[in-house]
Design a binder for this molecule. Structure first.
Ligand code: CDT
Length: 308
């Protein structure tokens, strides 16, 4: 048995006016609860430290950069690293990253139990649009604020297993999981901010959006025989609702833990990484069963090309 006790720490809404320090206080409260429950790892959502700012449009550089972190850890986040180290707990959270060269990424990090950053992932699949869109009920300007991640889909040997990360919209793409599956991933950590209503199809509300969220993470877990920890930032941020639906999914694709509400809420589950072995050596033994000679279009072509 290789059991990781994992805390999926859903965050409730973060209003535009909330400071990093206020958010970190909420994160620390959940980390203390996770420590009391003996968690080895705590996982927070995408862009944990701020409101989901890609819904706001501005051309003002200072206004844009206020959402970004130049260093990690930095002053406001240092208490998280300190408590995690004292609690001997690994952690993962998302934030907006501004590099010394001025590049902007939607990023997640993973620490080990000493508080050292052992993994960094930069979101590859950026949804939404790059210009202000008058047709939408709300903006989703990730293509404006960020450039696509440049690190691929790495995995890390840490915490006694093989762990990987992805971020929000990445979870909807089978390529995300398969890239990590091909490196033997045993647990994928992901956070999301998903608006409760489709900005281009208002009839698509929260229940269908949670259904889609679960559908993709359960399929990704099963088809790659891996644990997936899928963590929401939820609730109403300055009038803009986000779905909850945080889940921990086992390598059979079953939900084994789920939040109930849309506030700060944690669920903890003992995840045995050895449970990934059966699927990996039977139905999803890639080396025996994959047929890469038939998969060329997946990497040679981006969009659909219809038959003549
Ligand atoms: N944050 C993020 O990636 N959200 C997207 C919303 C898609 S609608 C533009 C998601 O896939 O949940």
């Amino acid at each position: 048995m290789r059991v990781l006790n994992v805390a999926a720490a859903q965050m409730g809404p973060i209003q535009k006016a909330e400071s990093r320090e206020e958010v970190v206080e909420r994160m620390l409260a959940m980390m203390r609860e996770a420590r009391a429950q003996g968690a080895d790892l705590i996982v927070y959502p995408e862009l944990t430290l701020t409101t989901f700012f890609p819904r706001y449009y501005t051309t003002d550089k200072a206004e844009i950069e206020q959402w970004f972190e130049r260093d990690m850890p930095n002053e406001p986040t240092r208490p998280l690293f300190d408590l995690a180290r004292d609690a001997r707990m690994a952690m993962s959270f998302g934030y907006a990253e501004l590099t010394p060269e001025g590049r902007r990424f939607n990023t997640s990090i993973l620490t080990d139990k000493t508080g050292a950053i052992v993994g960094k992932y930069r979101k590859v699949h950026l949804p939404g649009h790059s210009d202000y869109d008058t047709e939408r009920s709300h903006q989703h300007l990730e293509k404006y604020y960020f450039e696509p991640g440049d690190l691929g889909f790495p995995v890390w040997r840490t915490l006694g297993g093989i762990l990987g990360m992805c971020i929000c919209n990445d979870r909807r793409w089978p390529e995300t999981y398969r890239m990590m599956g091909l490196q033997g991933v045993e647990m994928i950590l992901l956070g999301y901010n998903t608006p409760s209503v489709n900005a281009q199809k208002n009839a698509e509300g929260p229940s269908k959006r949670i259904f889609h969220s679960n559908l993709v993470v359960q399929a990704g877990a099963y088809q790659n025989s891996t644990w997936v920890v899928s963590v929401a930032k939820a609730g109403v941020e300055d009038g803009h609702p986000l779905i909850g639906g945080t889940v921990i999914v086992n390598p059979d694709g079953e939900i084994v833990a789920a939040t109930e509400g849309e506030g700060d809420e944690m669920v903890v589950h003992a995840c045995d990484l050895d449970d990934t072995a059966f699927g990996k050596k039977t139905i999803f033994d890639f080396a025996r069963h994959r047929r890469i000679e038939h998969y060329g279009l997946i990497t040679s072509q981006t969009g659909v090309v219809l038959p003549p």
